[in-house]
Ligand binder design. Structure first.
Ligand code: NAG
Ligand code: NAG
Ligand code: NAG
Ligand code: NAG
Ligand code: NAG
Ligand code: NAG
Ligand code: NAG
Length: 288
């Protein structure tokens, strides 16, 4: 941190002292939070810009006695390892985020971490993409297609199996765009079935040599889109954001309060004195 000129530093200390005193003082709803948990500016992980309602998984804080609380929406914790942002869906499955686009609908582009890390020609997939119950994420309508992995199958059909050795199941394995999967009860004749969301792709021929030798990997590596469903917000969170606050949640995804720009926690909404218009909070921002 660059040294401030002595006079400014003293002024800053004085202001901090006054603020602390004001927080301890008479304000009836005087709860405060550690403002470092709500980043004002986007932070970057690699080239991906991370802003509210996403948050860094390592920057959770104690809020109102709840440890590991965060300033953001449940399910949007981002781990930043080696400049690669990853998101966990439904517990254990990790996805690398290629891109987040913020807007009236916030969406992101994800790739299965194993696929992203696999430099070979025949990337493997070993789970379906699932969301935890009540998740706010959804596949934005027009952009999703699926590749179906039929692994370890014992049947003959008009399609040719892939020549990649995927999981080591005995029998044949197939990777087929969902709309080209022949009718039938595949779970009866295949050991594993996975459906992997992918971006809309051009027509592919699953019988072509290139596809069967691993070209399907290019489609997988493009990843898929997920968007954020704002209707998942509880009323309190919506009201909070309308008042320029940010929603604070517990580790378990329970709305804890509205985190106002001046460091106050409100149960409902921020008042105009909370939103950075007062002299004290503006000075704090400058001193930061
Ligand atoms: C959290 O991780 C980010 C990215 O790796 C890093 O820049 C930041 O300093 C970390 N924060 C803490 C509190 O460790
Ligand atoms: C991220 O997505 C936006 C919108 O889809 C797009 O315009 C932008 O080029 C993408 N950026 C990267 C690095 O892929
Ligand atoms: C994943 O989500 C589904 C519901 O979409 C749920 O039934 C399943 O138990 C979840 N799995 C894990 C590991 O959380
Ligand atoms: C498909 O086969 C499985 C396993 O034999 C069976 O449990 C399931 O009911 C069948 N589904 C249909 C739609 O026939
Ligand atoms: C993956 O999803 C497909 C389609 O919903 C289902 O048939 C298959 O059983 C699922 N696979 C596993 C391992 O859950
Ligand atoms: C968005 O969330 C609302 C409320 O939870 C739900 O009714 C709606 O179906 C969701 N929309 C999508 C596209 O998932
Ligand atoms: C949510 O808002 C209601 C009033 O609309 C309030 O009674 C309740 O305490 C708020 N919940 C939390 C967790 O702050």
């Amino acid at each position: 941190m660059p040294l401030l000129p002595c006079r400014r530093r003293r002024l800053l200390l004085l202001l901090l002292f006054l603020l602390a005193a004001a927080c301890r003082g008479g304000d009836a709803s005087g709860d405060t939070y550690d403002i470092s948990m709500c980043r004002k500016e986007p932070t970057y992980c690699g080239e991906v810009s991370i802003s509210y309602p996403f948050y860094l998984a390592n920057e959770t804080k104690d809020l109102d006695g709840y440890s590991n609380s965060f300033c953001g929406y449940p399910g949007l914790a981002i781990d930043c390892d080696d400049g690669k942002p990853t998101l966990q869906l439904n517990g254990t499955d990790k996805y690398v985020i290629n891109n987040i686009s913020y807007g009236s609908i916030t969406s992101m582009s994800l790739v299965d971490q194993e696929v992203a890390q696999d430099n070979g020609v025949c990337p493997k997939v070993d789970h379906n993409v699932t969301f935890p119950p009540g998740s706010w994420l959804f596949f934005p309508g027009m952009s999703v297609d699926y590749l179906v992995f039929l692994l370890g199958c014992s049947f003959t059909n008009p399609l040719l199996p892939i020549t990649c050795n995927l999981i080591g199941f005995p029998g044949q394995s197939y990777v087929i765009p969902k709309n080209q999967v022949p009718q039938g009860n595949w779970s009866r004749v295949c050991q594993r079935i996975f459906e992997v969301p992918v971006l809309n792709y051009q027509y592919v021929d699953p019988n072509s040599d290139a596809w069967r030798r691993g070209e399907y990997g290019n489609v997988l590596r493009q990843g898929f889109q997920l968007a954020l469903n704002d209707s998942g917000r509880p009323t309190n969170c919506t009201q909070c954001e309308e008042s320029k606050g940010r929603c604070g949640y517990s580790q378990d995804g329970v709305f804890l309060g509205c985190l106002c720009p001046n460091g106050r926690v409100s149960s409902l909404r921020c008042s105009s004195s909370d939103t950075g218009k007062s002299f004290v909070s503006r000075s704090i921002l400058l001193g930061n």
